[in-house]
Design a protein around this ligand. Sequence first.
Ligand SMILES: Cc1cc2nc3c(=O)[nH]c(=O)nc-3n(C[C@H](O)[C@H](O)[C@H](O)COP(=O)(O)O)c2cc1C
Length: 335
Amino acid sequence: MKNLYERLVRPLLFLLDSETAHHCALALLKSASSVDLALRGLQAFRPPPRPKTLFGLTFPNPIGLAAGFDKNAIALPAWAALGFGFIEIGTVTAKPQPGNPRPRIFRYTAEQALINRLGFNNDGADLVANRLRKLRESGQWPAVPVGVNIGKSKVTPIDQAADDYLHSFRRLRNFADYIVLNVSSPNTPGLRALQEEESLSILLAEINRENRTSKPILVKIAPDLTKPQLDEVIAACEEHRVAAIIATNTTVDHSSIAKERDQTGGLSGAPLREKSTSLVRAIAARSAIPVIASGGILDAESAREKFAAGAQLIQLYTGLVYRGPGILQEIAGGV
Ligand SMILES: Cc1cc2nc3c(=O)[nH]c(=O)nc-3n(C[C@H](O)[C@H](O)[C@H](O)COP(=O)(O)O)c2cc1C
């Protein structure tokens, strides 16, 4: 049965183009973030506590907000009030950048999917760090772990990627409970080559050298890796003591979308589910590195599948767009 969001809110939001709808939802959550009464209202969606400790952090429940929804960290108190067990902001790049021309997010409602080619539109590491500093000073900092997902600026050549990540790392680490190195977005040319063993090792070594406080470092990977490529990623992550792997980002496999409606970009949602779960299972079978699952979680059943495959935590993006915040209690009640 459809929940209230699906019956009343989604039809209105879906009258707007995807990115406008996204901005409306985010603007609402941003406004709510500074109004106590509104935050208390959002708590109606909060799932019951189910604490879990992983890489030294305590998560009040295992359901997190995936990167990309609140790239610039404008609504952290609202996400926490809704009941997310952790919040991942970003992807943030060293330099602010506008991303690709619009339209750049496309809905596939029948398939419960999205394709996006945003291209890391974000305010840049310096501005986001300032915003986070102000939030901390205001006393509104959320009581759940906050992860900061960082990526490479488009203008930075791939052979200088490590410096770009290092800039963001230095600016943002004090505001992050964990840092994610995003090496898997399909919308920044060359980025996914950083998943190759040698490149990933160099990047991880540079970050580790700078990481004097031993902040947990995570790596977010693509669902399109072959088995040998996945083995390389795991080897580099083990060698450099990565705290967890996030599996997965969006896919470039669009075989589930009819040719005439297809768009360039990364596909998320239901069609990504199986592929993403296979990677979770493959990592859990081969390594002791914890896995955070992301990809096609749209209900309790798809969430259960990720835990059964070996995930320790899960993250939502497209499921929130199609199912609304009620998905939190639905998943919590079913896993
Ligand atoms: C519009 C959109 C923007 C995204 N932006 C980012 C991003 O900036 N960084 C990132 O690591 N992942 C990003 N993602 C990927 C999501 O975090 C998530 O890993 C992926 O969509 C799979 O999960 P889902 O099927 O639940 O959406 C984005 C996804 C979407 C749909």
